[in-house]
Ligand binder design. Structure first.
Ligand code: BTN
Length: 308
C-alpha cells in the first residue's frame, strides 16, 4: 500500500516529523534560562548528537544537513552556537563512554547534546560530566519524584540498574581570521542519553539484567519534551552557579549523591581490575581509591562495580 498523502503531497510520516520538529523547537521559547537552550535543534535521525554538536560549533551547516537522513534544523539565519541543545529521536551511531556504542530504539529515549563555552573557567573541564549528572538528578527529582543514584563517574541508576549515561567532550577550535585568529576557543559538549519509555524487551538481551528505563521503574509513560525542558533549566542553573562561584558547591552536591563513595568497589580498567574503597572524588572528577593501608590510587576513567 502506498504512503498516505495529504493535499499538499506530504506523506503522513513527513507530517508527523514536521509536527514533532515544531514541538521540539518551540521548547527554546518556553525556557527561562540564561544560556542553555537558546537554540534548539531536532533531528528525527542522525549519526550522533555529539557529531552534530561539533559541526554546529564549527559552523558546518552543510555537513549537518548531509549527515542526518531526516534532519530538521529549521533555521536559515545565523543562530547562537553556545547554549545550543541538539535532540534526536534516533541515533545510528550513538556513542558511550570508553569507546562503547549507545543504542536506543527510535523515540524511546531522551538523546541530547548541549554546547557550552566555559570561557575563562579556571577549574578542570572534567567537572562538567559531574555537573551533568547532578543536574539530571535534580531535574528528575523535581519533575518525576524519583531519586536516582550516581554511580561514579556519572551513570544514573535506580535500584542498581542503569537508565542514564553521560558523555562529555571538549573541543578546541582556532579562532577564524576574521575573529583575529590566534587563541583557541574551547567548547564543551555534554551528551546525555536517558532511557525513558523502553520496555524490558526493548533492551538487547546482554544488558536486560543491568539496564532499566524510567517507564519500567515508575510504571508510567514519561513525556519527553516536558522532561527535556526541566533538564535544560537545571543544567543552566548549575552551569551559571559554577561560572559564578566555582565548582565547590556543585562538587559537594555530587558527593552527596554519589553512592560509590564509602563503598568497596571493583574498578575495571582496560587491562586490569583493582579492588579498593572509594574514598573521595577529587576536584578533577577522579575517583580516590584506597587500596590497602599505604596506597591511594587516582582513577580518571574506568567502570566501577559496587561490591557492598
Ligand atoms: C555512557 O556510556 O554511559 C554515556 C552514554 C551517552 C549517550 C548519549 S546519547 C546523546 C549523546 N550522543 C551520543 O552519541 N552519545 C550521547
Amino acid at each position: 500500500m502506498g504512503a498516505l498523502k495529504t493535499d499538499r503531497g506530504d506523506d503522513a510520516d513527513g507530517l508527523k516529523r514536521r509536527a514533532r520538529s515544531a514541538l521540539w523547537r518551540s521548547l527554546s521559547r518556553r525556557l527561562t534560562t540564561a544560556e542553555v537552550g537558546r537554540r534548539v535543534m531536532y533531528f528525527s535521525e542522525i549519526s550522533s548528537t555529539m557529531d552534530a554538536a561539533r559541526e554546529v560549533a564549527l559552523g558546518n551547516r552543510q555537513t549537518l544537513r548531509l549527515r542526518s537522513s531526516a534532519g530538521v534544523s529549521g533555521e536559515d539565519r545565523p543562530a547562537p552556537v553556545i547554549g545550543t541543545a541538539i535532540f534526536a529521536d534516533y541515533q545510528s551511531g550513538g556513542r558511550g563512554r570508553l569507546d562503547r556504542t549507545w543504542v536506543s530504539p527510535p523515540r524511546k529515549s531522551l538523546l541530547l547534546s548541549v554546547i557550552l563555552e566555559p570561557f575563562g573557567f579556571s577549574t578542570a573541564l572534567s567537572v562538567f560530566p559531574l555537573m551533568t549528572a547532578v543536574s539530571l538528578c535534580s531535574a528528575l527529582e523535581t519533575f518525576l519524584g524519583v531519586a536516582p543514584e550516581i554511580k561514579w563517574p556519572n551513570d544514573l541508576t535506580l535500584s542498581g540498574k542503569k537508565f542514564c549515561g553521560v558523555l562529555c567532550r571538549a573541543h578546541a577550535f582556532p579562532n577564524r581570521p576574521d575573529e583575529g585568529g590566534g587563541t583557541a576557543r574551547q567548547i564543551v559538549v555534554l551528551g546525555i542519553g536517558i532511557n525513558l519509555n523502553q520496555r524490558p524487551a526493548d533492551f538487547p538481551p546482554e544488558i536486560r539484567e543491568t539496564a532499566t528505563s524510567l517507564r519500567i521503574a515508575l510504571g508510567k509513560r514519561i513525556p519527553r519534551i516536558a522532561l527535556a525542558r526541566r533538564i535544560l533549566e537545571r543544567i543552566d542553573a548549575d552551569y551559571q552557579e559554577i561560572l559564578r562561584e566555582g565548582a565547590q558547591p556543585l562538587l559537594r552536591r555530587y558527593k552527596a549523591r554519589c553512592t560509590s563513595l564509602g563503598r568497596r568497589v571493583r574498578v575495571i580498567l582496560p587491562d586490569e581490575e583493582v579492588i579498593g574503597w572509594a574514598e573521595d572524588v577529587a576536584e578533577d572528577g577522579s575517583l580516590v581509591l584506597r587500596v590497602g593501608e599505604e596506597c591511594q590510587v587516582l582513577v580518571r576513567a574506568a567502570d566501577v562495580v559496587h561490591l557492598r
